[in-house]
Design a protein around this ligand. Structure first.
Ligand code: NAD
Length: 290
């Protein structure tokens, strides 16, 4: 299959490399000039899209996606497939889907979970929105880049699943960090807290898999001085997307709203920028009840 890959950053480069390693003919473009193993670099998004059976985008945000999509949809051939794996707002996903549809191109919004490790190891989870035909054409590529793909519904449903998941993640990480800080102040050892909570009803991915306390639980960014992993500013971006979506459909999301406020303060007014999103733990430890 001839694949055009646009956006060869931390996630896109290893994803494109995995497609090339599986034997596909992959052409790649990134404005920053980055490349990926086994991928033929070209000098523009249109060049990557020309003659491709599938074009995949992995870009920073919805505005950039809309601009790139406007350019490449014209260059793509009728019946080909556009897969956007970026995390963007639901409206951008639906707008690009409508443009693609008008041009006779199949579109799937397919944001991912699993981070840089999942991208490199080909173990991502894809949450996909689009028609059954569009999902079917993308599925063999999801199977190379990931270990699981879920067809969530029509266009935009993948992004909806992603922002709901990350709204839960932001809130549970904050809850886990504030509970550890409370436990410290109550004189409860962190290891004991982990032993209890990880097998009790307070367990979550934040506690069990990505424990924010250094030296406790499986290896995580906390054991590497909170080097991301998943940066606090990316969590801030995703919480912003979930609140934007909630406003659009008049949904009451008070925990998501509070999580957004806390990550905004952490990134913009405190020392959270450049740290993993689990670095909320030392923040809570250093603070007192106001
Ligand atoms: P990144 O910043 O490393 O990569 C984005 C790439 O897009 C950059 O290399 C940039 O130069 C390129 N780019 C920007 N504008 C472009 C344009 N007009 N044409 C071509 N290339 C362009 O970011 P990333 O970590 O790879 O994340 C990509 C997307 O995946 C984001 O939407 C992010 O929210 C999402 N995501 C990231 C992670 C993670 O752990 N990093 C996990 C899940 C989802």
């Amino acid at each position: 299959m001839k694949i055009g890959f646009i956006g060869l950053g931390n996630m896109g480069a290893p994803m494109a490399a995995n497609l090339a390693a599986a034997g596909h003919d992959v052409t790649g473009f990134d404005v920053a000039g980055t490349t990926a193993k086994g991928v033929t670099a070209v000098s523009g998004a249109t060049d990557a899209a020309n003659g491709a059976d599938v074009v995949i985008t992995m870009l920073p945000n919805g505005d950039i996606l809309r601009n790139v999509a406007a350019e490449i949809i014209e260059a793509m051939r009728t019946g080909s497939t556009l897969i956007d794996c970026s995390t963007v707002d639901v409206d951008s996903a639906r707008a690009v889907a409508a443009q693609a549809d008008a041009a006779g191109i199949l579109f799937v919004d397919a944001p991912v979970s699993g981070g840089i490790g999942g991208a490199a190891g080909g173990t991502l989870t894809f949450m996909a929105g689009g028609t059954a035909d569009a999902f079917a054409s993308a599925k063999p590529l999801f199977d190379i880049m990931g270990q699981k793909s879920v067809h969530c519904g029509e266009a935009g449903a993948g992004q909806a699943a992603k922002i709901c998941n990350n709204m839960i993640l932001g809130a549970t990480m904050i809850a886990t960090c504030e509970a550890f800080a409370l436990a410290d102040k109550l004189g409860l050892e962190r290891q004991k807290m982990f032993d209890v909570v990880s097998t009790s009803s307070g367990f979550s991915w934040s506690m069990n898999t990505y424990c924010p306390a250094p030296g406790v639980g499986p290896n995580s960014p906390a054991d590497n001085d909170y080097t991301p992993g998943f940066a606090a500013e990316l969590m801030l971006k995703d919480l912003g997307l979930s609140q934007q979506a909630a406003e659009g459909v008049n949904a009451d999301t008070p925990m998501g709203a509070r999580a957004l406020e806390l990550y905004k303060t952490f990134v913009e007014d405190e020392d959270g920028r450049g740290k993993d999103f689990s670095a909320m733990l030392p923040r809570f430890v250093a603070r007192h009840r106001s």
